[in-house]
Design a protein around this ligand. Structure first.
Ligand code: HEM
Length: 654
């Protein structure tokens, strides 16, 4: 019987099943995690298979290993054994006792702290147990000089080495058993490189969920977490109950409700004075809010609906906010918002970038392996360092895992776009659509583009058009959070131009402050931090000579931060410098070029500015915002300049 490896292809599923399975995994497959030989010899092992006891004697010579974590339920029965061992065991025992008392049931899978011992019978010994597949219950006894004969109940789980194991529904609910699972999974993680990436991701999420339930905390804190959760649940139920018990109604005359569908009016009860009762229930409120033409009526209904739950709910809400904050702090988050969004946030923006690059664009042509994993904060100071690493293009030819994946994705993107083009061509042939796009001149050799060109253009537009504008907005929000006076000025302007109304194109041209702000953001954090050009023939520029074939890099970000050009406050956020336009600010020099320059200047710059203005104006109309305390400023360039750890912002409705 051999238990060399036990492969888990996916980990999904049931708390009851999880503990024994993962325990089984450890005991059957990961010997090196636990191995420590020569402790206490086993005198005897009795095996009791389920359904009736049977005895199997195992020859002495088996050894004790150390469990890498403590199971609180098992400790009382094991401690006497440890107290009766040799000198070194006695030391271990005192260490363990201190661990238990001092740690308050904290489960820490440290391999150096030995807590509980387990048997590692040899293969022949296991064979003599005649284990059946799956769960086996065994009872074994051993004796020590002081305690005499001791009996231990245990379980052994037997799998074939190639069995796929599925654990389902492990949700991290706090139970003793789950603590066991948490400890095992946690101890197992560093050794888990042999599981698939998907299973590994699942295990990471599992640990996160356990820890969000407080399983990594001391028992006192964990109890506090449970107490807080119970209290939060009770208050949430009370809050909802208060709202659903609401029987308040508003009274409106027929004229005030003009425009509502007659069937809705007929369904409304009438008060003695003949006015219609609009109850603060969704089936009455939603049609009024959606259909009614008079804004004041809609507002009355919306405000009353928002206040459902009576006088009690604001104080319930206040307590809920406090309790949630306490819960989040206990679980080591800076506030409840961070706790709530954490599972949905990528750990870093570069992760998002990396997955977007791989998924969306088939970046094999552009991004080297090195570039994807380069996580240094380049800001301005580390910029030159980044330049040296990004140009290592040779690595992209190596058949690394990432490069192969990129190639594969590149093919998929190509096939996807090819499919869209095919459909379009068929529609054109059938006369279903006008010939007014890039495909129009395909067969015209002089001016036409090949299908490959069209595909490359689609990729370029998607890449160049999407993240650039979104990072511009992100940095704008960050800087306006840091400079609330500019946020206020921008909002004032937006409200002056649009009020709370819908935006329209003409108004966008009147947003002068907003434009100044965008220019200053583009100066400090240009989404495209550098431009690269290939020299195709030997070229002399002034006293500089560029031989054909070299690449020249124009570091936009360095020019944008140059003190000689921008003055002593070059590194500061001061939109005022653009008050009289870009030309004035740059004194007619080419020193501000966030969208590039010359024949290859960004084709989408006007579109981008309009898009960004619309988004920012809408945000300013409805929210004020500030940086979350968890924000860490780390500009980082990976194709675009972005905040390495994300931009955590707190938005408040106005
Ligand atoms: C804030 C937003 C944006 C910034 C900062 C930006 C920046 C740039 C820069 C610096 C270049 C020149 C690259 C070079 O010279 O090598 C460029 C090119 C380009 N951009 Fe943008 N861009 C933005 C938005 C957009 C949008 C929204 C679109 C499309 C809808 C777009 C489409 C393009 C295209 C197609 C090119 C290539 C033009 C060519 O090579 O002829 N960009 N962009």
């Amino acid at each position: 019987m051999k238990f060399k490896t036990c492969k888990v292809d996916s980990l999904i599923g049931n708390v009851d099943a999880a503990a024994p399975i993962v325990l089984g995994l450890l005991s059957l497959g990961k010997e090196q995690i636990l191995e420590l030989k020569g402790m206490i010899a086993i005198d005897q092992v009795e095996k009791t298979l389920e359904g009736g006891p049977s005895k199997a004697i195992v020859a002495s010579g088996g050894s004790w290993r150390l469990w890498p974590f403590r199971r609180s339920r098992a400790i009382p029965s094991i401690q006497p054994v440890i107290n009766n061992t040799t000198q070194s065991d006695a030391e271990n025992a005192s260490e363990m006792t201190a661990g238990i008392d001092g740690n308050n049931n904290v489960c820490k899978p440290k391999l150096t702290k030995k807590k509980v011992r387990v048997i590692t019978p040899r293969s022949e010994q296991l064979a003599s147990l005649n284990l059946k597949e799956g769960r086996n219950t065994i009872t074994f006894t051993f004796s020590t000089a002081m305690l005499g004969e001791q009996q231990v109940d245990a379980r052994i789980y037997l799998w074939k080495w190639n069995t796929r194991i599925v654990i389902s529904d492990v949700d991290g609910t706090i139970t003793n058993q789950c603590e066991d699972v948490y400890c095992v999974v946690k101890a197992f993680v560093p050794r888990g490189e042999w599981i698939s990436p998907e299973a590994n991701r699942y295990v990471q999420c599992l640990i996160r969920d356990f820890e969000r339930n407080g399983l990594n905390l001391t028992s006192t804190k964990r109890e506090e977490v449970q107490r807080l959760r119970a209290h939060i649940d009770d208050l949430s139920v009370l809050y909802i109950k208060n709202m659903s018990d609401e029987s308040t109604f508003l009274l409106f005359s027929e004229t005030e409700l003009t425009g509502l569908p007659p069937e809705l009016l007929q369904s409304l009860d009438k008060a003695k004075n003949g006015r219609f009762k609009v109850y603060l229930r969704s089936h009455h409120v939603i049609p009024v809010l959606e259909i009614h033409k008079i804004g004041t009526i809609r507002k009355i209904v919306a405000v009353a609906y928002g206040k459902r739950g009576g006088e009690a709910n604001p104080s319930v809400l206040k307590s809920l906010i406090q309790l949630r904050h306490k819960l989040a702090r206990l679980l080591s988050y800076s506030n409840y918002a961070d706790y709530a969004v954490a599972p949905r946030m990528a750990k870093s923006s570069s992760k998002v970038r990396c997955s977007m690059a791989v998924h969306a664009y088939g970046w094999s042509r552009l991004v080297t392996n090195r570039c994807i994993h380069n996580r240094e904060d380049i800001g301005v100071n580390g910029y030159l360092q980044m330049l040296s690493s990004i140009v290592l293009v040779k690595e992209r030819f190596l058949p690394t895992k990432t490069n192969r994946r990129m190639k594969q994705i590149s093919k998929e993107v190509y096939a996807l776009l090819r499919g869209i083009i095919n459909k379009r061509e068929e529609a054109m042939k059938a006369g279903e659509t006008a010939n007014s796009d890039l495909l129009e001149h395909q067969n015209n050799k002089k001016i036409g583009m090949s299908v490959k060109d069209v595909i490359e253009e689609c990729k370029l537009f998607y890449l160049a058009g999407q993240e650039t504008t979104s990072v511009l907005l992100v940095w704008t929000m960050v800087l306006l959070s840091e400079h609330p006076n500019w946020q206020a000025r921008a909002r004032e302007e937006v409200l002056q131009v649009f009020g709370n109304k819908k935006l329209e194109a003409d108004g966008l041209n009147h947003l002068k402050i907003v434009t100044m702000i965008f220019h200053e953001v583009l100066r400090l954090y240009p989404p495209v931090a550098m431009l690269i050009r290939a020299v195709y023939k030997d070229t002399q520029v002034g006293d500089m000579y560029f031989p054909a074939g070299v690449q020249v890099t124009l570091p936009t970000i360095l020019v944008h931060h140059d003190h000689e050009i921008w003055g002593n406050d070059a590194k500061e956020f001061n939109p005022e410098r653009f008050a009289e336009g870009v030309l004035k600010a740059t004194k007619n020099q080419v020193s501000f070029f966030p969208f590039g320059w010359g024949p290859r200047v960004c084709i989408g710059q006007n579109f981008a500015m309009m898009e960004a203005k619309i988004a920012l104006a809408m945000i300013l109309q409805h929210f004020s915002f500030e940086l979350s305390p968890s924000y860490a400023h780390a500009p980082f360039s990976i194709l675009t300049m972005q905040p390495q750890y994300g931009a955590q912002l707190i938005l408040r409705g106005l």
